[in-house]
Design a protein around this ligand. Structure first.
Ligand code: ADP
Ligand code: DP6
Ligand code: CO
Length: 352
């Protein structure tokens, strides 16, 4: 019987607080701006991927959530080619190593949260795919090096190679060799930080992140202003707010950047709407909460979808969760008036 080699990895979701939106190179997935995110705990929203290979496999295959999923897309193929060539380099130096780089791959992946619904499934998905194959191939590359491969699969995936607070430095080189993820601070730097995930709607979005950002780059004037005059300064300020554990500043920048990103979506032509009426109610609620507290105790952010992530500090948990529960917990059927597809669940609160 031919031997089957196998390795498994999980990768968590990361939620950007300074958004990546726009590519300067679509082939290499090079961004128009640097971004920052918080990686959630491995115990919460995560992808689990198993990669196996064998001389008996006839083609590369990918199963996602129990269904066959295309693997022959340019971006996935680019990731596989990079990983195989790193493995081939090891094999060329050591004759005893099995020639895994020449075997076909069988990849089985599962997300424990909604896929393609604006909860960063492409981030956790590609980070887990790259990590599982790197483990299978016993590659010596570090997280930053692997992040450059994950980036080619999905930009946001490069940041899920690290835990805690992560920056994706956009880089300036044409070959993308300086466009990688780096750690801003480990998770235990700011253990008081909490994230509440509000799943407003778990159905697949109608405009993927990839096509949405392409449209914004091509048509939005506001976007030009964002990448030239807004994000570069915000990138420096947000990193500092994390290092200083300055929640009020971090929250203000996070809120403003979510607003700026969704404004660019609206300014695209034709406009893109990722947030819905429930999302807007969440924004109002967070504003009311902060007003009542007399300081910023909660920050909302929305990715390319209607679902909210609320960042807050443990010391304010009763206030934040209390109000969310009061407002949304007793309003059964309220969402249905807006859209039959839409549902609101404060699923859980996830400590980061
Ligand atoms: P999201 O907001 O969930 O990141 P995107 O539009 O960015 O949505 O990407 C969704 C796509 O990412 C999916 O259609 C699928 O092709 C890919 N993807 C999601 N999860 C995985 C996974 N576990 N393994 C491989 N690819 C995945
Ligand atoms: C709004 O990384 O999903 O979540 O690189 O085309 O796969 P591709 O896009 P993707 O875009 C993420 C956009 C965002 C912001 C962010 O995560 O920084
Ligand atoms: Co995505």
């Amino acid at each position: 019987m031919t031997q089957i080699y196998q390795a498994s990895c999980t990768a968590p979701v990361n939620i950007a607080t300074l958004k990546y939106w726009g590519k300067r190179d679509t082939k290499l997935n090079l961004p128009t701006n640097s971004s920052i995110s918080v990686t959630l705990s491995q115990d919460d929203l995560r992808t689990l991927t198993t990669a196996s290979c064998s001389s008996s496999f006839e083609q590369d295959t990918l199963y996602l959530n129990g269904e066959p999923h295309p693997i022959d897309t340019p971006r996935t193929l680019a990731c596989l080619a990079d990983l195989r060539s790193l493995r081939a380099a090891l094999e060329s130096k050591d004759d005893k190593l099995p020639k895994l780089s020449t075997f076909k791959l069988r990849i089985v992946s599962e997300n424990n949260f909604p896929t393609a619904a604006g909860l960063a499934s492409s981030a956790a998905g590609f980070a887990a795919l790259i990590s599982a194959i790197a483990k299978l191939y016993e590659l010596p590359q570090n997280s930053s090096e692997l992040s450059m491969i994950a980036r080619k699969g999905s930009g946001s995936a490069c940041r899920s190679l690290f835990g805690g607070y992560v920056a994706w430095e956009m880089g300036e080189l044409e070959d993308g060799s300086d466009s990688k993820a780096v750690e801003v601070a480990p998770v235990n730097h700011w253990p008081e930080m909490q994230a509440l995930i509000c799943v407003v709607c778990d159905v697949k979005k109608d405009v993927s992140s990839t096509s949405g950002m392409q449209l914004t780059v091509a048509t939005s004037d506001l976007f030009q202003e964002r990448i030239k005059n807004v994000v570069p300064k915000r990138f420096i300020e947000m990193k500092k707010s994390i290092v200083d554990k300055d929640f009020a500043k971090f929250a203000e920048l996070t809120i403003k950047d979510s607003n700026s990103f969704h404004s660019c979506c609206l300014d695209s032509y034709p406009p893109i709407f990722y947030m819905n009426d429930t999302s807007k109610k969440i924004i109002k609620l967070v504003n009311l909460l902060n007003e009542a507290a007399g300081k910023i105790i909660a920050a909302y952010t929305f990715d390319a979808g209607p679902n909210a992530v609320i960042y807050y500090l443990k010391e304010n948990e009763n206030q934040v969760l209390g109000l969310f529960n009061k407002v949304f917990g007793h309003l059964e059927g309220w969402e249905k008036a807006e859209s039959l597809k839409s549902k609101f669940e404060i699923l859980e609160k996830f400590p980061i």
